[in-house]
Design a protein around this ligand. Structure first.
Ligand code: ADP
Length: 160
């Protein structure tokens, strides 16, 4: 049984994230999308909102579940018996940080491996930050996030 976690802030979830979820769900037996409750980061969406948005989007994938966690990823993985971490790599700018985190996690627990999926070319520019930046000025975000979330995001910026 290969149980993996795809951890992230998902604030909000984008087409880029969904692409990684879809592709990694085909590689592993069980995939947990782990939404990080990061107290130090000011998030646009609450933890509950982020979890429910991803649940809605992944409800047709039988081997995908969505959960929130806080604290160290390695501790949470021990709790849920997951040994693989899935991360997406968009560009070299992601690489240095990701390498450091992957190696630190492996040092913490040698059973843990990180698998990187390269971003789909179509979404390699896309980040939650870009979505927020465009949405905050009322820009078009229809190519960034699934339709049901567009208004939810605008609403956060009081944009109709
Ligand atoms: P974090 O704060 O942990 O970086 P994010 O929600 O920004 O959380 O990203 C979660 C994971 O998804 C990271 O591995 C990130 O590289 C990946 N990711 C984000 N956007 C994309 C994208 N457009 N294509 C592929 N992977 C992505």
């Amino acid at each position: 049984m290969r149980k993996a976690i795809y951890p992230g802030s998902f604030d909000p979830v984008t087409f880029g994230h969904l692409d990684i979820i879809e592709r990694s769900a085909q590689i592993v037996d069980e995939l947990v999308v782990g939404v990080l409750n990061n107290r130090s980061k000011n998030s646009l969406f609450s933890l509950e909102e982020r979890v429910s948005m991803i649940k809605e989007m992944t409800k047709d994938y039988p081997n995908v579940t969505v959960a929130s966690f806080e604290g160290l990823l390695v501790d949470y993985m021990r709790e849920i018996h997951a040994t693989l971490i899935i991360r997406g790599l968009r560009a070299v700018t992601d690489f240095e940080y990701e390498l450091q985190i992957a190696q630190s996690n492996h040092v913490q627990n040698s059973e843990i491996e990180t698998i990187f999926l390269t971003a789909n070319l179509q979404y390699s520019y896309l980040s939650s930050t870009i979505v927020k930046e465009f949405a905050s000025y009322g820009g078009d975000i229809s190519k960034f996030v699934p339709k049901p979330y567009i208004d939810k995001i605008y609403k956060k910026y009081n944009i109709k």
